[in-house]
Design a protein. Structure first.
Length: 148
């Protein structure tokens, strides 16, 4: 069975080789992944996620990097939408743009779920896919109109 799925995914003649992503989503994901290849930017993302809003100086101390280097990383992350800035007097405070990250992950998840479902149907696994444990957990956590 797994061989069939692997062959389906790797079959160059198949129309469903990869999940279908919008060009915008694909470009945004590629930009984010390219940015996060850099260890310092990856750590900035983690610090902002864990600590919330942070001043550049605090990030410099945690990363043991100079202010111009950290500011450069933050500027790159801001252009992709990963971080937001709030100016207070002379100081800039940065935070993770959680709505942007959630949107990217949600759109990616929806594309992969649709692709999984389409691939399962094409392989004749639609009924099995609909009953998979992950799907059961998702479906049981929502109350249908009949249950209410």
């Amino acid at each position: 069975m797994i061989t069939g799925i692997t062959n389906f995914i790797c079959d160059s003649e198949s129309q469903s080789v990869l999940p279908e992503l919008s060009k915008q989503l694909e470009n945004e994901l590629l930009q984010v992944f390219r940015l996060l290849r850099d260890r310092n930017r990856f750590y900035i993302l983690l610090y902002l996620r864990c600590e919330g809003e942070m001043h550049v100086t605090a990030l410099c101390e945690r990363l043991n990097q100079s202010q111009p280097a950290v500011s450069h990383h933050l500027a790159m992350m801001r252009t992709t939408g990963l971080v937001e800035v709030r100016r207070c007097g002379k100081h800039n405070f940065y935070s993770l743009n959680e709505s942007f990250v959630r949107r990217l992950l949600s759109e990616l998840s929806q594309s992969v779920d649709k692709w999984d479902s389409d691939a399962a149907t094409e392989l004749g696994l639609g009924e099995w896919f609909a009953r998979s444990p992950q799907r059961d957990e998702t479906q049981s956590s929502t109350v249908s109109a009949d249950d209410a």
